[in-house]
Unconditional design. Structure first.
Length: 182
């Protein structure tokens, strides 16, 4: 059994040497990539595998790998099941939803057949659960539960049966507001 333990230790040392070689190769490749991209003045990218100093039981200092790290976020050690850094994924999703929101706001609401304000009922001003804008909603005066409230800010549609939205009986939209909506 003592022989097996020694062999395991030898394998661990070999693997650590391989890891160091891979780290060095990765450093040189990232610096080459930066040079080709014109980032010669930028500092060298962090390695994909960070090392941490650890003290063994006999007091000797030994470096061992702390795990993989993202190039953009070297302090982050959390990865998704697909191997993407969680912080990178979060940034990507923020950008994605910001673009989605902009396209919704930019898209005009389809023109109604009539511009008569008396055919619509308007809600009190509140936050839209889909686009997040504070705005009013409108629906047909004779709408049934299968019809939709329409967000005046982003054009989102909310099913009347699924949302309890208070009607503002005193609100009278101006003509220019109705033209912007319709």
């Amino acid at each position: 059994m003592n022989l097996n333990l020694e062999r395991v230790r030898e394998l661990i040392e070999e693997l650590e040497q391989h890891r160091r070689l891979i780290d060095e190769a990765l450093k040189s490749l990232t610096s080459l990539e930066n040079a080709f991209n014109g980032n010669g003045k930028a500092h060298a990218a962090t390695t994909a595998v960070a090392t941490a100093a650890a003290t063994s039981g006999d007091g000797n200092h030994k470096t061992e790998a702390a795990g993989f790290a993202c190039v953009k976020h070297p302090h982050s050690r959390e990865f998704s099941a697909r191997g993407q850094c969680k912080l990178c994924q979060s940034e990507y999703m923020k950008e994605y939803w910001a673009k989605k929101r902009k396209t919704r706001v930019a898209a005009p609401i389809e023109a109604a057949e009539t511009d008569d304000a008396s055919e619509y009922v308007f809600s009190k001003q509140q936050r839209c659960p889909k686009c997040g804008l504070t705005t009013r909603f409108r629906r047909d005066r004779d709408a049934d539960p299968s019809d939709y409230w329409v967000c005046l800010g982003g054009g989102c549609e909310l099913k009347v049966a699924n949302y309890r939205i208070a009607v503002d009986r005193d609100y009278v939209p101006s003509d220019d507001a109705m033209q912007r909506i319709s």
